[in-house]
Design a protein. Structure first.
Length: 193
């Protein structure tokens, strides 16, 4: 049950990544929170040309670019928290080490691109830091980053997060099936006629 609980926490955070990027790109499906809306969100994330075009639009405006920067910073914090809670437990099990490694990949990508934005478009709160500390590991190794590369990576991040959401959920439900949870519920009293 601990592994399932940890996976649900990882799922929630991965889902936050891809759905937040969809919302910022104005591709979030409308409707009540039901399975169909989640499926429509998945379809939007997996439609690479449509998602790439929406991300291009997002990167074109200074205000939305700043919103993206703030979003990535928040998603990084969320990712660090969830990984801090569960990495030690999950890495020690061969069964879960691969899935936690994929989640680490997701938050490493967010860290990478957050640092690029810290350097190229520093937020007001970053301007007080020493200037050289804002040098991004990404630009240090690859030089200036163009919007097309950032776009492609944001699409890849959204798609990785959605994939981790689905695959982690499938694993969690294999670990402790829904039938087991239902069996733990007390018998329901018959309704009086």
């Amino acid at each position: 049950m601990l592994a399932q609980y940890a996976l649900f926490d990882l799922i929630r955070t991965a889902r936050l990544v891809w759905t937040s990027l969809l919302e910022l790109a104005d591709l979030a499906p409308e409707g009540e929170f039901k399975a169909e809306v989640l499926a429509a969100g998945t379809d939007a994330v997996l439609d690479t040309p449509r998602l790439a075009a929406a991300v291009d639009d997002m990167l074109a405006g200074a205000e939305r670019r700043e919103q993206l920067h703030r979003l990535i910073a928040e998603l990084r914090r969320q990712g660090e928290e969830v990984l801090g809670r569960w990495a030690d437990v999950m890495v020690n099990s061969g069964t879960y080490a691969e899935i936690i490694d994929r989640h680490v990949e997701l938050y490493s990508r967010l860290y990478w691109w957050g640092s690029v934005l810290d350097e190229s478009d520093p937020l007001e709160e970053h301007l007080g830091r020493p200037r050289l500390s804002r040098l991004s590991p990404a630009t240090q190794t690859s030089g200036p980053v163009e919007d097309e590369w950032l776009r492609d990576n944001l699409v890849a991040i959204a798609q990785l997060a959605e994939s981790l959401d689905r695959s982690s959920f499938e694993l969690a439900m294999r670990i402790v099936p829904l039938d087991w949870w239902e069996a733990q519920l007390p018998d329901r009293p018959s309704s009086a006629q």
